[in-house]
Design a binder for this molecule. Structure first.
Ligand SMILES: Cc1ncc(COP(=O)(O)O)c(C=O)c1O
Length: 417
């Protein structure tokens, strides 16, 4: 059974990866969380409540959509995508936060905190907090606050406090450090809703468990649509939650190749990227052991991606283990390939993808054109691109958008004089 991957000899370890490297002060809180998660998981009513919550609040099951125009234009395999963009708040992040929200209710805590990169996890957490009546603080790198202003706006409207973190590279890893510091001082009444399959045990296991809904549905749906399993499935990999969610339920299907696509930024040779599986080293940071982009002294390197949700220095320990075991193959897509793929998907199929998700698509387009027409490939459209309008318009150098921004800025300037 694929879920046996969670039944490890040493709890929280996947091969040599994972673990629970935490300060003594957090130990009792982690034990409480492990206990709450384990008791919920073995209580069949919890999974039922979770699935019902996702159905009534987040439109699940999300469909799989066949993309005939893109398949024809690209040549080669038939392309399908799993529509996680149709979730409440527009990304797979909803699956994780609603699950953790139900756990918060079981633990009786009154406040949640979270880190966010692209802002999708922050918006999802703020939404869950509004729905469950919890106080909410979101930590976000100051650079990401600038890049993802629309999501900051929504988090604040949802009643969350957004703290811009200026330390380090002012991106996701710094936001995680800030959230951990907050938790050390607030654990009595606060739950840290970590947004991906990273960090100390039980987060990688717990988040993968909630996200596995993606792969479980996909497997049933593609069988129903096409009568067989796909040849390859693709997902973008930041921390790795949407990839783990899609991949794990296919783990024992030998004919299905699992491909993770990381952020190639300006290219691996440029040094401005987040390709942990090419140039990364095994180390311990942020409470767990995995592949990190770090220098020989162990210092974390700066990362870059056009997609704020992918430029993280580490990667989920389950994926690191599956990489070393040869069960998941990793590739990467550059910023330029991603912008080309965004434009292509919008024009051929009328779908507006998140920049993160488009990495999976760009990796697929490169490879599927070499495949046969009978082959079937699926990629996880992990989120929709509305939040990226500023970055996409800038990358496409759209003159009408530029004119609109100038005009708006003049109006604001005049109003404040
Ligand atoms: C739409 C979308 N996809 C993917 C990611 C990357 O996260 P993960 O690798 O955990 O799925 C993010 C992160 O913010 C995101 O917003």
């Amino acid at each position: 059974m694929w879920s046996d991957i969670f039944q490890t000899e040493k709890p929280g370890y996947f091969g040599q990866f994972g673990g629970m490297f935490i300060p003594e002060i957090l130990r009792a809180t982690f034990e409480e969380l492990i206990e709450a998660f384990e008791s919920a998981k073995t209580d069949p009513s919890f999974w039922t409540e979770y699935v019902q919550t996702m159905q009534s609040y987040s439109c699940r099951p999300t469909p799989i959509t066949y993309l005939p125009n893109l398949s024809k234009k690209n040549g080669g395999a038939q392309i399908y995508c799993k529509r996680e963009d149709l979730n409440q708040t527009g990304a797979h992040k909803a699956n994780n936060v609603m699950g953790q929200g139900l756990l918060v209710k079981r633990m009786g805590k009154s406040r949640v905190i979270a880190e966010t990169g692209a802002g999708q996890h922050g918006v999802a957490t703020a939404t869950m907090a509004a729905r469950f009546g919890l106080e909410c603080t979101i930590y976000m790198g100051a650079l990401d606050v600038e890049r993802q202003r629309p999501n900051v706006f929504w988090m604040e409207q949802l009643g969350a406090e957004v703290v811009a973190v200026t330390e380090g590279s002012a991106t996701l890893k710094d936001a995680i450090n800030a959230a951990m510091r907050d938790w050390s001082a607030s654990m009595d009444d606060t739950h840290y809703a970590l947004g991906t399959v990273c960090g100390p045990h039980p987060f990688p296991t717990m988040v993968s468990y909630f996200q596995s809904l993606i792969g479980q549905e996909s497997r049933e749906q593609i069988l129903e649509l096409t009568g067989r399993l796909p040849d390859r499935i693709y997902a973008c990999v930041g921390g790795g939650s949407n990839a783990s969610g899609l991949f794990l339920p296919f783990l024992e299907d030998e004919g299905v190749e699992l491909v993770g696509v990381e952020a190639g930024g300006h290219g691996v040779e440029s040094g401005a990227h987040a390709v942990r599986f090419s140039g990364g080293h095994i180390g311990v940071a942020q409470g767990y052991k995995t592949y990190f982009l770090q220098n020989p002294e162990g210092q974390m390197m700066h990362t870059h991606s056009i997609a704020a949700g992918l430029d993280y220095v580490g990667v989920g320990p389950i994926l690191s283990h599956l990489h070393d075991e040869g069960k998941v193959r990793f590739s990467f897509a550059t910023d330029k390939e991603v912008i080309d793929a965004v434009r292509l998907l919008i024009r051929t199929e009328g779908l507006i993808p998140a920049l993160e998700s488009t990495h999976g698509l760009a990796g697929l387009l490169r490879e599927s054109s070499e495949m046969d027409e009978e082959d079937i490939v699926v990629f996880n459209l992990s989120g929709r691109g509305d939040k990226d309008i500023f970055n996409i318009a800038e990358a496409l150098d759209d003159p009408k958008w530029r004119e609109f921004i100038h005009q708006k800025s003049n109006e604001y300037r005049k109003a404040s004089n």
